[in-house]
Design a protein around this ligand. Structure first.
Ligand code: ZN
Length: 175
């Protein structure tokens, strides 16, 4: 079976930076499952997997625009240290939820210099090329419920919806 829209796909993957360091990888025997064609994964990887079959390996270098977006300097801001009152040991790399006019945004501390704290609202992988090595472990057709929900449901012993069941909502607590 080839990967197409509404396929449930299991992949082993390694994600490396251009410098060759491992950013993320699946654990042996624990492939990542996703529902193809529902924006569960970044577009550049999804496009590269279309039409592939079980056992095939794919190496793809994804451009930032097809990954986590270009780096946007407007998402960097300098805010006064006093905004972080009550935070012990403020450190570069810490994450916070910032409330903005567009809703909550996750920001990281990029620099602390005296009373000035630089926060960055870009995705940590924005602006980066993503080098994926993927092996396709399994492909199956999604159930009607999975297609409607736009994500996969756990199969096997745990069964049910998104790994658990919720009797009050008719067996499925997810949207
Ligand atoms: Zn669901």
């Amino acid at each position: 079976m080839q990967i197409a829209a509404d396929s449930v796909v299991s992949i082993d993957y390694t994600l490396k930076s251009d410098e060759g360091s491992i950013i993320d990888q699946s654990q042996p025997g624990q492939p990542m499952d996703y529902l193809h064609g529902h924006q569960n994964i970044i577009p550049g990887l999804e496009n590269a997997l279309l039409g592939k079959s079980v056992g095939e390996s794919v190496d793809v270098r994804v451009e930032p625009a097809e990954g986590y977006g270009e780096f946007n300097p407007d998402l960097e801001q300098v805010v006064p240290l006093e905004r972080f009152q009550g935070v012990e040991n403020l450190e570069v790399g810490m994450q916070f939820q910032a409330s903005t006019e567009q809703g909550p945004v996750s920001v990281r501390i990029k620099q602390v210099e005296g009373e000035d704290v630089t926060v960055d609202g870009n995705h940590p992988l924005a602006g980066q090329h993503l080098n994926f090595s993927v092996t396709i472990q399994a492909v199956r057709e999604a159930t009607e419920e999975e297609k409607t929900h736009g994500h996969i449901h756990a199969s096997g012993a745990e069964g049910g919806c998104c790994g658990g069941s919720d009797e009050q909502s008719g067996g499925c607590g997810c949207n």
